[in-house]
Structure formats: structure tokens, C-alpha cells
Design a protein around this ligand. Sequence first.
Ligand code: PA5
Length: 459
Amino acid sequence: MNDRIRIEYSGLIPFLQEGEIEAMEESVQRALQSLQEGSGPGGEYTGWLRYPESIPASEVRRMETLAEEIRAEADAFVVIGIGGSYLGARAIIEGLGPAFPPLLPPDRLKGPLVFFAGQNLSGAYLEELLEVLEDRSVYINMISKSGTTTEPGLAFRALRKHLTERYGRKGAAQRIITTTDAARGALRKVTEEEGYRSFVIPDDIGGRFSVLTPVGLFPIAVAGIPIDTLVDGAASMIEPCGRPALSRNPAALYAAARNLLLGKGYSTEILVSYDPKLQYFAEWWKQLFAESEGKDGKGIFPASVLFTSDLHSMGQWIQEGRRTIFETVIHMEREDSTLQVPVDASGLEDGLGYLEGRTWTEIQDKAYEGTKMAHHQGGVPILVLEAPARDAFTLGQMIQFFESACGISGYLLGVNPFNQPGVEAYKQNMFALLGKPGFEERAAELRARDRGPSGGKLV
Ligand code: PA5
């Protein structure tokens, strides 16, 4: 059994011609070199490339010690953040945690129940969360690199009030841990004023590349997941993803293949997984590629599906819709479950007798093989990420692999993969519409512009 993830691309035949990937060698090497040397656009944000092997041991210990305290004291832990300050932690906590945590007896849980807030502006969501927290011992981790993002900032206000009312200002301060910039932003200021315990986000690592810094690692540790193994998995991919030879570098191969496919009109990439616990891993992946590549009128649209559920919804489109999609399938080589289809002695004819005694894993594997063949025949190019198992070491590898591939791919595409200027547009409008001081001119502009094709009338 291989313990390293690998990229398998035989499913690109006949969509790519022989030698096409190899012909990318020179441009990929240039992209890789810019990334490694930090000489490309946004090169000052490539600290994540080597962070898994240079993360200070004392920082890991501090996270583990504080996580232990919280596991002993809390039965609810709220992670507040949005985008890159949220998705990585959720991907790993849900990817490696139990499927039904609130319904498990406490002794089966490895940590407190983990809740997420600040990733939306739904008052109803927050109200229900506050209600659930009412009778529980609560700790919170407020995460924001800029320290000024509206969604988490507002959720933090509401949760801080909740904690202050229950534990007093000093008691609340003991239960609030912040993760933010070393010096800048409102959150750092509040942290210093209130004496919150806090972690620092390295300057040279941006939000969506920060899951293996305290942004992701601390909440993951609170959930009882071994962060050292996750980091080791990531560190083990640094060398392979930095190899200059395209044929020996899985991240470069993946980046080259997806850019070639884009050039042939395959402009949507679907990340496929068969494991419902990987749903948030796909959300993390979507954010990584969407914010990194979707700019300057360029980019591959990143989508995701969960099979076999989505074979009964998106499957039809994938099989027979417009031929602009390609798939990247996460295939776990080892599944935990040995559950077998039970023998049914009732004599009922449900037509499933031929599956008796076979495991769900075996059946799922046939679904995987059958789907791959069907989609390939239907005109969908397929890349497969062969992964040993859904465990901390493998997911660590997958994070480092996708981040490296994203950096290379962004440079191949000719964009700065480390900025996100487009995210500002909605914020500016929202601030103007909310009457934030300083946005008066924008508000006037919006009022003048707000005339739909029907003259603003409802039809
Ligand atoms: O990847 C990114 O940089 C973004 O998605 C940010 O993580 C997100 O906007 C949240 O920003 P902040 O951590 O400053 O609150």
C-alpha cells in the first residue's frame, strides 16, 4: 500500500494528445521557479510553501496545551471566521470527526462539540446557535487575519456579549482565544485590551493558504485531531511538489493538465468525492482555486459533487450536458468500514439478494469504477487523486498538494494567485447601502444606478 497521494491521468486520453503534457515542461518549470523563489506576483505570500517543516515546535505545543484545557473545560467550541479563516478548519474537523457528533454520548467525543459562526449574515442562524449554547460550557476562537471582516466581526460581538453575560468580562476573556495578525487590525487591538490568549497568523501566508497555521491547526487540535500528523503529512509533500521535472512532480502535473484542458474549452472542474465527510474539504478546495484563479477574466470554474448522492441530481448533466467539464476524483484506496449487506431472512423480494454479504465499501468501489467509465465515455476528461485513506496524514498531504498545484496553476494561467481584489466589490456596496461613514459617494452612485430593465418595477 502506498502511503503517498498520487495523481493518475490515464482518464485524460483521448482528450489530450500524446506529448501535450510533456510539451508544457518549460512553462511549468518557469511557474514552479517563480513560486519557489517568491519572484512571481504575490510572491510575498508564499510562506505556506515550507511552513509545515518550519512551524516552531513551541507553537504546536502551545496550541496543544490550550486545546487540552478547552477539551477539559468546554462542551461547546465556536470557531468564528469566514473564507480562508474558516473553511480549512471545517474541512479537517468534519473530514476526520464523527458523522453525528451532537448525538454521540460525551465519552465517545474527542473534544467539545464544534460550531461555526461568522461565515454568513443570517440572524436566524446566529439566534439558533446562541440558543444551543445556552446550557453549555462555551469557549470561542475568533479568527481573522485582517481583524476587520464584517461577518465574523459581528458574530464575535454577539458571542462576546453572550459570554460576558454568563461569565462576566474577565471570565469571558478566559474563554476567548483570538487568531489574527501580529500587530495590525481591530482584533489585535481588542485582544491586547482584553488580555485574550491569542495566536499569530504569519505575515507571508494569506487566508486560503493558512489552514496549516494556527488558523486551522488550533481549532483542529481542540476537536481532538492530531495536528502533528496533519503537519507531517503536508511536510512529506514539500519535496515532491517542488521537483523540477514535470513527470516527477504531482502538483505540477495536475496544474499542467488542468490548464491544457482549459485551453481546449473544459472550463469547469468538478472535484468528486464519494465520502460525505469530505464535503467541506471540497468547499475548502473550491475557495482555494476560485479566489486564486478567478480574475482578469480568466480561470477554471471550480465546482464539486458528492457521489453517489449527486449522481441522482448532477449526474445527468455530467453525463450528457455541455461538454465543458472535467473531473478530479478523490479516490480513497482504503475505507474504514467493513459493514456488510445483511442476509434477509424475511423472504421479502427486494431484488437485492445478489448483494448479500458484500460490503458497502466493495459496492461503492464498483460505483466508482462504473461512474468513471460512464463519464469518460460520455466525454468527460478525468484525473484521479489516489489517496491512501481518510486520515490526518493523507489530508495533510492533500492540502499541501492542492496549495502547491494552485500556485503553479495560477502562474501558468497568468494571474496573481495570492490576491482577491474582486471580493471588495460586494463589500463596498454593502457598506454604502448600510450607511457606513466614508461610503456616501458610493451610496449616491448606487442609488443613481439602481434601475433594472423594467424600470425597477416588480413584474
Ligand atoms: O483567502 C482569503 O484571503 C480570504 O478568503 C480571507 O480568508 C477571508 O476574506 C477572511 O479574511 P480575514 O481573515 O481577514 O477575516
